[in-house]
Design a protein around this ligand. Structure first.
Ligand SMILES: Cc1cc2nc3c(=O)[nH]c(=O)nc-3n(C[C@H](O)[C@H](O)[C@H](O)COP(=O)(O)O)c2cc1C
Length: 202
């Protein structure tokens, strides 16, 4: 495990659409973090080849994924080093995109399970002061249309050992980049970045 850096944030976009609404909201959060002296890395999952987890369970012994030597191994060191994580996904059919789901499932090597199944489990990323911001964006204007999008990220990363400091759900954006003129959404994104920066100081 790489040493954790408490002034470092990894931002991960799960949108297949380059420079779309998710990317733009994450970039605004990144800008706010930079203003506060926090180092950032932006990663778009569409640029990485990431296999879905097959449940081979080899990682229980190996403590990393030895089934696939793919793009996730480029991200594991960044994940471990950054105390802050920002994950964003558009709503696709009430849920996160397959890219984001695949990314989340590949955190499985960080879990410790005992011999007893089902039984207690813990995460090697927990207890280190890791903080998370989740970002979701969807076309419809009612929050219910997002359905599983926000909990799919927040609940999973909560179990992985991150404290959720902000959930940013942005509604009413369909066209690529339409969020650009949405002052309220940008203000909320900037605030989310500031909240994350402040939380990492503690
Ligand atoms: C396959 C697909 C499924 C979608 N499902 C939903 C949905 O269930 N609810 C919704 O409000 N918007 C839905 N949308 C619209 C997107 O969430 C919306 O266009 C979003 O702004 C895209 O973000 P992006 O530009 O970051 O890719 C869907 C879009 C696609 C392509």
């Amino acid at each position: 495990m790489i040493d954790i850096d408490h002034r470092n944030v990894l931002l991960v976009s799960g949108s297949p659409r380059k420079n779309g609404n998710t990317d733009r909201l994450l970039r605004e959060i990144e800008r706010a973090l930079g203003e506060r002296g926090v180092a950032t890395t932006f990663a778009a999952l569409r640029d990485y080849s990431i296999h879905s987890c097959t449940g081979c369970e080899h990682c229980r012994v190996d403590e990393t994924c030895t089934e696939f030597y793919d793009g996730m191994h480029l991200l594991y060191p960044l994940i471990e080093q950054a105390a802050g994580l920002v994950v964003g996904s558009p709503t696709y059919n009430y849920n996160i995109t397959p890219e984001m789901k695949c990314f989340i499932d590949r955190f499985y090597p960080y879990f410790h399970f005992g011999k007893e199944r089902p039984g207690p489990y813990s995460s090697r990323l927990a207890g280190a002061g890791r903080k998370l911001v989740t970002v979701g964006v969807c076309e419809q204007n009612e929050e219910s249309e997002m359905r599983f999008t926000m909990p799919a990220m927040s609940d999973a990363f909560g179990a992985i050992g991150y404290e959720v400091v902000e959930e940013l759900a942005v509604l009413g954006h369909f066209a690529k980049g339409s969020v650009q003129g949405d002052e309220d959404a940008y203000a909320r994104a900037a605030r989310a970045g500031a909240t994350l920066a402040d939380s990492l100081q503690r």
